[in-house]
Design a binder for this molecule. Structure first.
Ligand code: AMP
Length: 310
């Protein structure tokens, strides 16, 4: 297969998801899964992770058909696949984690295949920061390393997370997790403090309220795409990150203007994700729908001849 500029390491999972619109047990999920499906609209991402003996061949085929390179996806025949259960509240922004079973990730030691150790764009999706660090150690001078995490790791492996943050260029995090890491409530203060931990590009996701980007001195806000219906927000953050990194890797352009564009694309991809349960909507999206929604989102935030207030 053609060599892709983008690598993701993260969870591949079976999720048990409850939202006010339904309950789906054993839904294919995981941070690296959502990320790579979203990124596959722009590049053919390489995935490094592990699944267990119960992982279905059809799910492997589904990812392969999207052009995701699975050479770095190991199978642990002695364990089950990672499992996560969550329940969303009525407002669809807040959720309760019901369980996290690491299973195959418990004893996993990532091995980046030699053929992809030179990949320039790397995303350390949500997983144990110790594993994120191990992957980074195997890469040869990447141009841009992004990272995501969640409350589970901020609470459980804070020091390890802080250590890996020092080595990354970009952080994609939601506001609740940003608050746990920094103790700051105001989004700008939080963003600046996160920058001081290492990454000079920080994206704070705020669910249905959009996202804020700090890129060195540049500050940019992007709204979420207004939607008629949200069925399942699971994976929205990973899908956002997949769109964002997929665009950067495809263009190879890290100018502040293009990073802004990548954030808008992240917001567009996340909006598709939440319109269906699991991956179902995202998998049905056509390229022209991505472009149309991108234009629509830009129009929502645009005032022709805005003029001056004085
Ligand atoms: P998001 O909704 O973007 O925060 O991501 C949800 C996905 O993250 C689900 O598909 C889960 O399988 C996965 N996930 C949940 N908890 C963890 C965890 N502690 N480590 C890695 N992945 C997780």
């Amino acid at each position: 297969m053609t060599k892709s500029p983008l690598l993701v390491v993260g969870s591949v999972a079976y999720d048990d998801v409850e939202t006010p619109h339904g309950h789906r047990p054993n839904q294919l999920g995981g941070a690296a899964t959502y990320f790579s499906v979203a990124a596959s609209f722009f590049v053919r991402p390489h995935l490094v992770g592990v699944v267990g003996r119960d992982f279905h061949e059809r799910d492997r085929a589904l990812l392969a058909e999207r052009g995701v390179d699975l050479a770095g996806l190991e199978t642990d025949a002695t364990q089950d696949t990672f499992r996560w259960g969550g329940r969303y509240h009525e407002n669809m922004n807040d959720r309760t984690t019901l369980f996290t079973y690491l299973n195959a990730f418990q004893s996993f030691r990532p091995k980046v295949p030699p053929a992809i150790q030179h990949v320039p764009y790397v995303f350390l999706a949500n997983i144990d920061p110790v594993l994120q660090h191990e992957v980074l150690g195997q890469m040869r001078k990447p141009h841009f390393v992004g990272l995501d995490t969640m409350n589970f790791w901020i609470g459980g492996k804070r020091d390890e997370l802080i250590a890996v943050l020092r080595q990354v260029d970009g952080l994609v995090i939601n506001d609740e997790e940003g608050r746990l890491l920094t103790d700051r409530r105001s989004v700008l203060a939080m963003g600046k403090e996160l920058q001081s931990l290492g990454p000079k590009t920080v994206i704070i996701k705020r669910g249905e309220y959009g996202a804020v980007l700090l890129c060195h001195d540049d500050v940019f806000t992007v709204p979420a795409v207004p939607l008629d219906q949200v069925l399942d927000p699971t994976g929205a953050g990973d899908t956002f990150a997949g769109g964002f990194m997929g665009w950067l890797a495809r263009t190879g352009d890290l100018s502040p203007e293009n990073v802004r564009r990548a954030v808008v694309i992240g917001s567009v991809m996340a909006s598709f994700c939440v319109e269906g349960f699991g991956l179902e909507r995202l998998l049905a999206v056509r390229q022209d729908e991505v472009a149309a929604r991108y234009e629509r989102l830009l129009r929502y935030a645009h005032i022709p001849h805005a003029g001056e207030l004085s």
